[in-house]
Design a protein. Sequence first.
Lengths: 234, 350
Amino acid sequence: MKMKLQIGSLLAVACALQTVSAGDITGKVTLNGAAPAEKPLPMDPTCGKLQAAGEKPMTSFYVVGADHGLGDVVVYLKDISGKSAGASAKPLMVDQKGCVYEPYVATVQTGQTITVSNSDPVLHNVHPTPRPGTRNKEANKAQLPKSPTLDFVFPDAEMFLRFKCDVHPWMFAYMSVFDHPYHATTDKDGNFKILGVPAGEYTLVVDHRKAGTAEKVIEVTTGGAKADFALDAK
Amino acid sequence: MKRSSNNPWLCRFTWFTALCTWLLIGLGGLVTSKGVGMSVPDWPTTYGYNMFLFPIHMWDGGIFYEHSHRLFASFVGLLTTVIAVWVQSKEDRRWLRVLGWAAFVGVVLQGVLGGLRVRLSLDGLGIPHAALAQLFLCLLVFMGVVTSRWWERRWSEKWSFSMSPSAQRLVLLTTVLIFVQLLIAAGMRHQHAGLAVPDFPLAYGKIYPPTDATFVEEINRKRMHPMDFNEITAFQIHLHMLHRFVAYALLVLITVAALKLHKALADQPLARRVATGWLILIWVQAGMGIVTVLKNKPADIATLHVMTGALTLLAGFVLSVLVQQFSVATQKSVVQSPARPIFGPNKPFS
């Protein structure tokens, strides 16, 4: 009993030490230059009726916010693997609302569940299309209105794994799958935060589907790290 | 059961089925052009329903096109089955009875290919599905020709047909090249990558575009299309350019062949009209191809381009058959022709 208490205490101290020696990486991604004009989504009348009055749904290739902040940029630590929390990670919730996927761009870990719901009064089919050469499986599942959620799990890392709906061919979402928990997606103002990164030197990468990629070597201390990036509009 | 080779209603029914098949090719083309080939993920059911009982209120978005395609395909399958049975009971030409079964097997195979493409989620199966559709249409039209009154009478009239063997070969080989062009086009369309080259007459501002990895990555980064197609690859750019170059070749070949046919078919007004139609079709097809590129591949124009391509192949095929028959008939008629038939003196289709 006394031995168990001692081992338990040692473990708790070890965890605390690790937490103390980890930091958060924060930063902002901005866009240089003017983003190309977005295109209107060719919605059919049924989906058109689901939009707010006067609203014309557009593509979201470039989400540019305050101070040229660029949203939907995937930010991650390079060359790390084997640290995924897998199924124990909280599921990522994806919704189909107004005949678009929300969120449009997100990140998950290998083995983490992506739970897709349908908030629309129309039928969708959820069709992930992973690239060949991985263990990630293509699927094509119908989802009626108010039907149960659909779960998807991908065992291999992959950037911008596409989800589409073949009933509404303008609907897309992109999930980047990593074999570790150190990743994030910038918000609409370009800000990001990666939590609990152990102290050390890393290569931090930002990747936008259209604006391209950039990377920096950073040093993470117990106080965290800050890194800003600028990508050029194409 | 008395069989004969004079079945006018069978002929009319076959031509009607051929027309429906051409329209079905258009409907299938529309499914691909709109990118909704997988909008019904199961087969032969439709979202779990018997496909003939799928509620109309659920025919939403892409489902409308894909489901309509399946229903109309079933209709064409039924028409073909009728032809196959009709031919068995009424036709005295054994080879035509065999073709009847071939048509039946063809339409069943076509249905299975389409179904497997969906069930296995294999985009590549769209290419043999598209190719077989064209061959099936040619088969039906051939059956329509050989059950026609013209075919019955073709050797009982005096013919005046003079076309050199090389010119006859030109008609046949051009028709084969049209089919190759349709295969290239099917390969392009079933990549689901949209328009690989967005300008005309140049390609990315050049006579032949670069295809190195840096350039290809750049064009994918810059492309912003609501349908967000698969990424363009160097192979797709090469395929697109091949399609253009074969199109230029066909413009020349069909123009030359059609002019030669026009001269050789001076006494055959109907066949002459087919030759004229062939010439018009290829130039219209070229125009539609250009518009498809300049307007960034709108679904309606791209689909019309598919349907006109089918008609161009059909015209070449019919003219190839007519040329062969005229050559043989000329040899048999009172007015001698110096031309030798391209298939020799035998009578393959008597």
